[in-house]
Design a protein around this ligand. Sequence first.
Ligand code: SF4
Length: 195
Amino acid sequence: MNIEKTVRSLELRGFKVSRFATGEQAADYLAQALKGQTVGIGGSKTVEQIGLYDKLEEGKAFWHWKLPGDATYASAASADTYLTGANAISEDGEILNIDGRGNRLAGQLFGHKKVYIVSSVAKICPDFTSALYRARNTAATENALRFPYDTPCKIDGKCHDCRSPQRICNALVVLWGPMMGMEAEVVLIDETLGM
Ligand code: SF4
């Protein structure tokens, strides 16, 4: 994994990149940067592990992992800023995310002033092919374990591109650069975090 190459590639594509040694430092940075703003948060083990939610201003952060329900999804969708994790990042600076509901994908594409993509350097893969493999066979399969669903990946930990009605992988978004009219910052953390 070539972290320096990945940072250069992300910056060449127009992403701002901030790098931290620990998740705690990243959470402190984000909490400071997000002061005074409303924040929508997509499902992200990394965001959960760094303890960011508890550092955000009360009543300004909308995360369905903390308060499930349609009202939370709606508030997150219209928040000033959106936070998401990444399923994989290629050394060429492509950011991959798979989603079942689509709120996390929509949030990084439209409707906010800025999106933060919070990721461990452990998600970095040499190229697009290996990044897609990681997104499907590591991130998605581990994510499937969180649900009481009947999907084949829960048996052997591999993606079978299943046709289960409970499939959690319904769309893939690859960010090649920040979307027009929306800043995008990648917050890279030198710890192994997330799925
Ligand atoms: S087997 Fe189905 S639910 Fe599991 S990772 Fe693959 S597409 Fe997603």
